[in-house]
Ligand binder design. Sequence first.
Ligand SMILES: *Cc1c(COP(=O)(O)O)cnc(C)c1O
Length: 435
Amino acid sequence: MSDHDIDPTSPRMAPKPEVTKIAGRELKPSTLMMGHGYDPVLSEGSLKPPIFLTSTFAFPSAADGKRHFEGITGKRPGGADGLVYSRFNAPNQEILEDRLSVWDGAEDALSFSSGMTAICVLMLAYASQNDVIVHSGPLYAASEGFVAKVLAKFGVTYVDFPAGATREEIDAVLEKAQAQADEQGGKVCMVYLESPGNPTNALVDIEAVRASVDAAQLDCPIAIDNTFLGPLWQRPLDQGADIVVYSLTKYVGGHSDLVAGSIAGAKKWMDPVRMLRNTMGGICDPNTAWMLMRSLETVELRMSRAGDNAAKVCDYLANHPKVEGLGYLGMIKDARQQDIYDRHCKGAGSTFSLLLKGGEAECFRFLDALKIAKLAVSLGGTETLASHPASMTHLSVAEDRRAELGISDNLVRISIGIEDADDLIADFEQALEAV
Ligand SMILES: *Cc1c(COP(=O)(O)O)cnc(C)c1O
């Protein structure tokens, strides 16, 4: 025993119950991010969680080991009540998952090594041979490819509908999907949404999808990729989604220095995915989980600032003679889209499309002239990024599909960061002069 050792029987060192309420007031996520799910007493008083670099965990007794494995293998419902092996879970990831759940008002969350790992393991957990996935369009290109090319190898087919579809249109799509499933001898296994769509910012009516799925009595989860607006500006579980999906690489990580993903929702929807993650791996590593906890402490600050900056920049760009239009959620032109926005969103975000007068050549001149904004794909970081989807992120999308989705040659996608707004405006002003 060294004098550092904690005497667990000392009342001073006993784990403290977590405070989530004061005088009947539920504490807000931004407050909970500093300590939720972590008790310093269990880690030598370390104020911040240490990074647990270990592959495996010692059992207090053989009986404990057996009990933990009953949880891991599903022999006992509710999952493991202790740590076993780092492919299943570990302290940093567990704390991260607790904190991610808070933002979306979810019962449970799972972390992954990338957004795409989260999406692929989620879909694999729910899709069986001959099933049908219904999805909104456009999806992130790799998600769309996973459904259309990888799941197709196992006889899984899909039916898609454009973001912005009405209740009647969604009803018709679900009917078609059910008929397709009946014909294939499978079921409709998931409704998968992405809202807003990238790069057009078209919103999906989650409430209408919920009503449609309920009316059709489909026993499948509604999952939604909330990377562009979450966790601050849209909480899709509140509109009736079952599972919320993130690329944590974007706003949540927020510093363009890590790659990770997550899903969150009710435990009953998480459990099948957790089982498959236990088998396949793909859990976030402890170092990245630690970085994400640091990021979560400032996510509200960063997103609020980026959102304010984007509003100022878009005010400037909207009136510029070389600008044809903006795909910015703070300046929606379509009444139906505005109605969805008003019911679903708490903010317009900081990622938008800028349509220049001209085509690829004008966009390239603009991009090459930028001095503060960096020319890179990705979004949601502290720094402003700009890219040209038609020749970069969406190059692999067929030309007619690109046209259908509104990904034109004169479209530049911009993700606004937390720099000084007037500096950013000065940068865009001089870059537009170069066009
Ligand atoms: C980036 C992104 C993904 C993929 O996430 P990774 O962390 O890069 O694997 C999925 N969906 C959306 C909307 C994204 O922007």
